[in-house]
Design a protein. Structure first.
Lengths: 116, 114
Protein backbone atom coordinates (compact mmCIF):
# COMPACT_ATOMS: atom_id res chain seq x y z
CA UNK A 1 0.00 0.00 0.00
CA UNK A 2 1.12 3.54 -0.68
CA UNK A 3 2.36 5.27 2.42
CA UNK A 4 4.37 8.17 3.76
CA UNK A 5 6.29 7.78 6.99
CA UNK A 6 7.65 10.45 9.27
CA UNK A 7 9.65 8.55 11.89
CA UNK A 8 9.94 11.42 14.37
CA UNK A 9 6.77 12.49 16.19
CA UNK A 10 8.54 15.27 18.10
CA UNK A 11 11.81 17.06 17.52
CA UNK A 12 13.35 19.69 19.78
CA UNK A 13 15.95 22.06 18.35
CA UNK A 14 17.68 25.07 19.82
CA UNK A 15 17.11 28.37 18.12
CA UNK A 16 19.85 28.95 15.59
CA UNK A 17 20.67 25.27 15.24
CA UNK A 18 20.21 23.27 12.06
CA UNK A 19 17.18 21.10 11.44
CA UNK A 20 16.45 17.92 9.52
CA UNK A 21 13.02 16.30 9.41
CA UNK A 22 12.83 12.85 7.95
CA UNK A 23 10.33 11.50 5.45
CA UNK A 24 10.17 8.15 3.69
CA UNK A 25 7.68 7.05 1.08
CA UNK A 26 6.54 3.69 -0.17
CA UNK A 27 5.10 3.79 -3.67
CA UNK A 28 5.35 1.67 -6.80
CA UNK A 29 6.56 4.68 -8.74
CA UNK A 30 8.13 7.94 -7.69
CA UNK A 31 5.30 10.17 -6.53
CA UNK A 32 5.17 13.91 -6.43
CA UNK A 33 6.47 14.93 -3.00
CA UNK A 34 5.57 17.87 -0.80
CA UNK A 35 6.32 19.38 2.57
CA UNK A 36 3.61 21.36 4.36
CA UNK A 37 3.68 23.30 7.61
CA UNK A 38 0.73 23.83 9.95
CA UNK A 39 0.68 26.38 12.74
CA UNK A 40 -1.81 25.94 15.60
CA UNK A 41 -5.37 26.60 14.48
CA UNK A 42 -4.34 27.13 10.89
CA UNK A 43 -4.52 25.28 7.63
CA UNK A 44 -1.52 23.88 5.82
CA UNK A 45 1.00 25.97 3.93
CA UNK A 46 3.16 24.49 1.18
CA UNK A 47 6.89 24.80 1.89
CA UNK A 48 8.22 23.08 -1.23
CA UNK A 49 7.55 20.35 -3.75
CA UNK A 50 9.52 17.89 -5.85
CA UNK A 51 8.48 16.54 -9.21
CA UNK A 52 11.63 15.71 -11.12
CA UNK A 53 15.02 17.08 -12.02
CA UNK A 54 17.34 18.57 -9.43
CA UNK A 55 17.07 16.48 -6.30
CA UNK A 56 17.73 19.44 -4.01
CA UNK A 57 14.64 21.61 -3.85
CA UNK A 58 14.48 25.10 -2.40
CA UNK A 59 11.34 26.31 -0.67
CA UNK A 60 9.98 29.23 1.26
CA UNK A 61 11.16 30.42 4.67
CA UNK A 62 14.70 29.14 4.08
CA UNK A 63 13.73 25.46 3.88
CA UNK A 64 15.14 22.95 1.44
CA UNK A 65 14.60 19.26 0.85
CA UNK A 66 16.64 16.54 -0.78
CA UNK A 67 15.12 13.69 -2.75
CA UNK A 68 17.01 10.40 -2.59
CA UNK A 69 15.51 7.75 -4.81
CA UNK A 70 17.77 4.98 -3.47
CA UNK A 71 16.51 5.61 0.06
CA UNK A 72 12.92 6.56 -0.87
CA UNK A 73 13.43 9.64 1.24
CA UNK A 74 12.58 13.31 1.01
CA UNK A 75 14.09 14.98 4.08
CA UNK A 76 13.45 18.60 4.96
CA UNK A 77 16.30 20.79 6.18
CA UNK A 78 16.95 24.28 7.42
CA UNK A 79 20.42 25.61 8.30
CA UNK A 80 19.29 27.80 11.21
CA UNK A 81 15.86 27.64 12.84
CA UNK A 82 13.94 30.57 14.27
CA UNK A 83 11.42 30.47 17.10
CA UNK A 84 8.69 31.14 14.53
CA UNK A 85 9.46 27.78 12.88
CA UNK A 86 7.78 25.95 15.77
CA UNK A 87 4.87 24.13 14.13
CA UNK A 88 3.69 20.78 12.79
CA UNK A 89 5.39 19.62 9.61
CA UNK A 90 3.83 17.18 7.18
CA UNK A 91 5.40 15.28 4.35
CA UNK A 92 2.96 14.29 1.60
CA UNK A 93 2.93 12.40 -1.68
CA UNK A 94 0.63 12.22 -4.63
CA UNK A 95 0.27 9.99 -7.70
CA UNK A 96 -1.97 10.10 -10.70
CA UNK A 97 -4.76 7.57 -10.93
CA UNK A 98 -6.92 6.63 -13.86
CA UNK A 99 -9.54 9.22 -13.05
CA UNK A 100 -7.20 12.04 -12.15
CA UNK A 101 -4.71 12.65 -9.40
CA UNK A 102 -5.06 10.77 -6.17
CA UNK A 103 -5.51 12.83 -3.10
CA UNK A 104 -2.46 13.69 -1.08
CA UNK A 105 -1.22 10.97 1.24
CA UNK A 106 0.22 12.57 4.35
CA UNK A 107 2.66 11.37 6.93
CA UNK A 108 1.57 11.60 10.57
CA UNK A 109 3.54 14.79 11.04
CA UNK A 110 6.52 15.94 13.09
CA UNK A 111 5.97 18.43 15.87
CA UNK A 112 8.89 20.86 15.97
CA UNK A 113 9.73 22.53 19.27
CA UNK A 114 12.23 25.38 19.37
CA UNK A 115 14.23 25.91 22.54
CA UNK A 116 15.47 29.43 23.27
CA UNK B 1 -6.55 37.90 -3.39
CA UNK B 2 -8.62 36.23 -0.70
CA UNK B 3 -7.57 32.78 0.45
CA UNK B 4 -9.66 29.66 0.85
CA UNK B 5 -12.59 30.41 3.12
CA UNK B 6 -14.29 27.73 5.18
CA UNK B 7 -17.45 28.21 7.17
CA UNK B 8 -18.34 27.75 9.89
CA UNK B 9 -15.07 27.81 11.84
CA UNK B 10 -16.47 25.72 14.68
CA UNK B 11 -19.44 23.42 14.87
CA UNK B 12 -20.96 21.29 17.61
CA UNK B 13 -23.41 18.54 16.74
CA UNK B 14 -24.86 15.48 18.42
CA UNK B 15 -24.73 11.89 17.27
CA UNK B 16 -27.20 11.05 14.54
CA UNK B 17 -27.45 14.58 13.20
CA UNK B 18 -26.18 15.66 9.83
CA UNK B 19 -23.89 18.56 9.02
CA UNK B 20 -22.94 20.62 6.00
CA UNK B 21 -19.61 22.41 5.70
CA UNK B 22 -18.84 25.07 3.15
CA UNK B 23 -15.71 26.00 1.24
CA UNK B 24 -15.09 28.96 -1.04
CA UNK B 25 -11.92 28.47 -3.11
CA UNK B 26 -9.51 31.14 -4.22
CA UNK B 27 -10.95 33.11 -7.09
CA UNK B 28 -10.17 31.37 -10.37
CA UNK B 29 -9.46 28.00 -8.79
CA UNK B 30 -11.56 25.21 -10.23
CA UNK B 31 -10.49 22.25 -8.12
CA UNK B 32 -11.55 21.73 -4.53
CA UNK B 33 -10.53 18.85 -2.29
CA UNK B 34 -11.43 17.93 1.27
CA UNK B 35 -9.36 16.36 4.02
CA UNK B 36 -10.16 15.12 7.50
CA UNK B 37 -7.61 15.68 10.26
CA UNK B 38 -7.77 13.78 13.55
CA UNK B 39 -5.12 13.18 16.23
CA UNK B 40 -5.30 9.44 15.69
CA UNK B 41 -5.53 9.06 11.92
CA UNK B 42 -3.81 12.26 10.87
CA UNK B 43 -4.73 13.85 7.56
CA UNK B 44 -6.87 11.74 5.27
CA UNK B 45 -8.18 12.53 1.81
CA UNK B 46 -11.96 12.65 1.49
CA UNK B 47 -12.69 13.69 -2.11
CA UNK B 48 -11.77 16.06 -4.89
CA UNK B 49 -14.00 18.01 -7.24
CA UNK B 50 -13.14 19.66 -10.50
CA UNK B 51 -15.65 21.50 -12.66
CA UNK B 52 -18.56 20.20 -10.56
CA UNK B 53 -17.49 16.57 -11.01
CA UNK B 54 -16.10 14.33 -8.32
CA UNK B 55 -12.71 13.25 -9.62
CA UNK B 56 -11.50 11.09 -6.80
CA UNK B 57 -12.67 9.76 -3.48
CA UNK B 58 -10.85 8.54 -0.42
CA UNK B 59 -11.70 5.58 1.72
CA UNK B 60 -14.63 6.97 3.69
CA UNK B 61 -18.14 5.60 4.14
CA UNK B 62 -21.04 6.83 2.06
CA UNK B 63 -22.17 9.06 4.93
CA UNK B 64 -19.57 11.48 3.67
CA UNK B 65 -20.57 13.26 0.50
CA UNK B 66 -19.83 16.47 -1.29
CA UNK B 67 -20.63 18.60 -4.24
CA UNK B 68 -19.26 21.51 -6.18
CA UNK B 69 -21.24 24.34 -7.65
CA UNK B 70 -20.74 26.17 -10.94
CA UNK B 71 -18.89 28.97 -9.13
CA UNK B 72 -16.44 26.33 -7.78
CA UNK B 73 -17.70 26.69 -4.22
CA UNK B 74 -17.99 23.33 -2.53
CA UNK B 75 -19.92 21.76 0.29
CA UNK B 76 -19.42 18.54 2.11
CA UNK B 77 -22.09 16.76 4.06
CA UNK B 78 -21.85 14.15 6.76
CA UNK B 79 -25.03 12.31 7.63
CA UNK B 80 -25.81 10.30 10.75
CA UNK B 81 -22.90 11.73 12.67
CA UNK B 82 -20.79 9.47 14.85
CA UNK B 83 -18.46 10.41 17.69
CA UNK B 84 -15.51 9.44 15.50
CA UNK B 85 -16.42 12.12 12.98
CA UNK B 86 -15.10 14.75 15.36
CA UNK B 87 -12.24 16.28 13.44
CA UNK B 88 -10.82 19.29 11.71
CA UNK B 89 -12.11 19.31 8.14
CA UNK B 90 -9.80 21.08 5.73
CA UNK B 91 -10.65 22.29 2.27
CA UNK B 92 -8.01 22.98 -0.35
CA UNK B 93 -8.25 24.59 -3.75
CA UNK B 94 -6.04 24.60 -6.81
CA UNK B 95 -6.15 26.12 -10.26
CA UNK B 96 -6.62 22.79 -11.96
CA UNK B 97 -6.56 19.11 -11.17
CA UNK B 98 -3.50 16.93 -11.27
CA UNK B 99 -0.75 15.72 -9.01
CA UNK B 100 1.53 18.66 -9.69
CA UNK B 101 -0.99 21.27 -8.66
CA UNK B 102 -0.21 23.41 -5.64
CA UNK B 103 -2.94 23.12 -3.04
CA UNK B 104 -3.98 26.11 -0.96
CA UNK B 105 -5.62 25.14 2.30
CA UNK B 106 -8.24 26.93 4.34
CA UNK B 107 -8.10 27.14 8.13
CA UNK B 108 -10.65 24.38 8.47
CA UNK B 109 -13.91 23.68 10.24
CA UNK B 110 -13.55 22.12 13.67
CA UNK B 111 -16.44 19.69 14.11
CA UNK B 112 -17.24 18.27 17.52
CA UNK B 113 -19.77 15.46 17.78
CA UNK B 114 -21.24 14.93 21.25
Amino acid sequence: AQSVTQPDIHITVSEGASLELRCNYSYGATPYLFWYVQSPGQGLQLLLKYFSGDTLVQGIKGFEAEFKRSQSSFNLRKPSVHWSDAAEYFCAARLDSGGGADGLTFGKGTHLIIQP
Amino acid sequence: KAGVTQTPRYLIKTRGQQVTLSCSPISGHRSVSWYQQTPGQGLQFLFEYFSETQRNKGNFPGRFSGRQFSNSRSEMNVSTLELGDSALYLCASSLAEGRSEKLFFGSGTQLSVL
